[in-house]
Design a protein around this ligand. Structure first.
Ligand SMILES: NC(=O)c1ccc[n+]([C@@H]2O[C@H](COP(=O)([O-])OP(=O)(O)OC[C@H]3O[C@@H](n4cnc5c(N)ncnc54)[C@H](OP(=O)(O)O)[C@@H]3O)[C@@H](O)[C@H]2O)c1
Length: 287
């Protein structure tokens, strides 16, 4: 690890989330000074609190793992989704611009509308089709307008230690139902939070800036994702491919929102493992 990052002071928001947990675990292991705050300790929508914490700690990096991630609920709780995913990012960008800290922020494949048939690259135009995606895109815009020194990573279908992910939900359904219906018309990249944290730290260490798509390699439908989990864990459930319209979800999802990770892989000279490799690693760790 470069001397710069080893000596850095890092603030992490959204401490109880799956990505933040990976950062705190890795940074503790590496002995890097970091201050992780859960929502109750640092609500990023509280402008005064954000300014006072940053003034007190004077971090070199702020890693914003806090987000409003409930895609369906966001259609109803629009104000809250906007405050957390957009307005608070503006506050963080303003604070970092004033203090000189680098802001590392996360966005989503749901900024895309799903009209492409091959993975989205950073130059593609976003066109979100749900409110969550719209708020995350606004967050990206506020970040770019208010700060130069940032790393903005778009990630997709994140899983890790936590409940807000497909693997956790799928394993719970599998305990209760013999036959499971999983959509075959949603395609993206299942991505391990641990891998995102590791690659983010490499990018921070090497002084990268700007927008990157950060996912595992390859892509899959939810159905293929489920089949892979079943295969690895040798589950006896039967899995039926269905069209997602049968679930009557409040928010629309893009049919194809896989992203291409070539830009970050090339700049870091690092090949990010295929999604099915990392799922095996994750499930092995989970056991
Ligand atoms: N999960 C995915 O599949 C996925 C996909 C694409 C992009 N992303 C993006 O990746 C990043 C990391 O996601 P994740 O999966 O690690 O999220 P997560 O597990 O849902 O964690 C988000 C954390 O943010 C906290 N939080 C919510 N509102 C807050 C506020 N006002 N102030 C401070 N903390 C607040 C939450 O606390 P409470 O739980 O107490 O509310 C939660 O601990 C996010 O930017 C997310 O939008 C995630």
């Amino acid at each position: 690890m470069a001397k710069g990052l080893q000596k850095a002071k890092i603030v992490i928001t959204g401490k109880n989330g799956q990505l933040a947990k990976e950062f705190t675990r890795i940074l503790s292991k590496m002995g890097i000074e970091h201050f992780a705050f859960k929502k109750e300790e640092l609500d990023i929508t509280n402008v005064d609190r954000v300014w006072s914490v940053m003034k007190e700690i004077k971090p070199d990096f702020v890693i914003n793992c806090a987000a409003y991630n409930m895609v369906d609920k966001a259609e109803e709780e629009r104000d809250m989704a906007f405050l957390v995913n957009a307005k608070a990012v503006k506050t963080l960008a303003e604070v970092c611009s004033e203090s000189g800290a680098k802001l590392v922020h996360y966005s989503t494949d749901y900024v895309f509308g799903g009209e492409k048939s091959k993975p989205y690259i950073e130059e593609d135009n976003p066109s979100p089709i749900n409110y969550y995606g719209k708020t995350k895109l606004l967050g990206e815009m506020y970040l770019k307008e208010n700060l130069n020194n940032f790393l903005l990573f778009r990630v997709s279908w994140l899983y890790g230690k936590g409940r807000n992910n497909f693997i956790y939900k799928f394993l719970n359904w599998a305990k209760e139902n013999r036959e499971l219906k999983v959509s075959e018309n949603e395609v993206s990249v299942p991505t391990w939070a641990k891998r995102v944290a590791e690659v983010s730290l490499k990018a921070m260490e090497q002084g990268l800036k700007g927008l990157y798509h950060l996912t595992n390699s390859g892509y899959a439908s939810r159905y293929e994702f489920a089949l892979k989990i079943k295969e690895i864990l040798n589950l006896q459930n039967s899995i039926k491919p269905v069209n997602s319209s049968i679930f009557n979800l409040k928010a629309r999802r893009p049919e194809f929102s896989a992203m291409d990770n070539s830009k970050i892989s090339t700049e870091l000279n690092f090949s990010i493992p295929h999604w099915d490799y990392d799922i095996k690693e994750y499930l092995r760790e989970l056991k």
